[in-house]
Design a protein around this ligand. Structure first.
Ligand SMILES: Nc1nc2c(c(=O)[nH]1)N[C@H]1C(S)=C(S)[C@@H](COP(=O)(O)O)O[C@H]1N2
Ligand SMILES: [Mo]
Length: 212
């Protein structure tokens, strides 16, 4: 599956970085999302892992559960499908593979929906969610995420366009069939591989996604 292929290294010391085709590099770190920045209320916040779990039960994680889990650091560029790439993000958080081990999906699960505040969702193939570098990030460049970049938790799927990396993550839903997320219903490519320039839904090939 495409999602399993390692993407080219984010940084190769001493050589100019290769960007995906059609992307240009921006300085700094622009903020981009639809809608308002949600307010974090620790007492009400949880991460809900639900849908087709192996046990049939859902799991609720609180913010305080996260520090006890294994963590990783992942350095990656962030490619927005509008054509800009911000580079060298150092993410720190819990690998998605840890979540999959702790709350195993049922064998028939093929996709996940990553849910954020306000009903925003991004659909992912299970292989993309389970990729080695996919993580649930709490920190960026050694600091807690800022509100506008997704505090307290954001999913980061470094090998796909940014719209597959929801800020203000609130849930992972295990699905037994594909279903389009927020941007995927609004003209963006269901698969979102920047190296294949999968930007818009009109570029989708048969089998790339559910009918629009
Ligand atoms: N909840 C939520 N997350 C989101 C979005 C959004 O609209 N809502 N937009 C995505 C898009 S299109 C991009 S490019 C990245 C941008 O992340 P940044 O603002 O941290 O640069 O966030 C993604 N995560
Ligand atoms: Mo984006």
């Amino acid at each position: 599956m495409a999602g399993d292929r390692p993407s080219p290294p984010a940084t190769t010391p001493g050589t100019p970085r290769r960007l995906p085709p059609g992307q240009r590099r921006v300085r700094g770190w622009p903020v981009s999302h639809y809608g308002p920045v949600p307010k974090f209320r620790p007492d009400r916040w949880n991460l809900r892992i639900h849908g087709a779990t192996a046990s049939g039960e859902e799991s609720l994680w609180s913010f305080d559960d996260l520090p006890d889990l294994p963590h990783v650091t992942v350095v990656a560029d962030l490619h927005c499908a509008t054509g800009i790439t911000s580079t060298d993000h150092e993410w720190f958080g819990v690998p998605a593979t840890v979540l999959l081990e702790l709350v195993p999906p049922a064998p028939e699960v093929t996709h996940v929906m990553a849910w954020a505040e306000y009903g925003f969702g991004a659909n992912l193939r299970l292989a993309d969610f389970a990729a080695e570098r996919t993580l649930l990030a709490t920190h960026h460049d050694g600091e807690l995420l800022t509100a506008e970049h997704g505090f307290p938790l954001r999913l980061v799927v470094p090998h796909l366009f940014g719209y597959k990396s929801p800020k203000w993550l609130r849930g992972i839903e295990y699905m037994t069939a594909d279903r389009r997320g927020f941007w995927e219903e609004r003209g963006y490519h269901n698969l979102a591989d920047p190296w294949k320039e999968q930007r818009y839904s009109h570029q989708e090939q048969p089998g790339d996604g559910p009918p629009l």
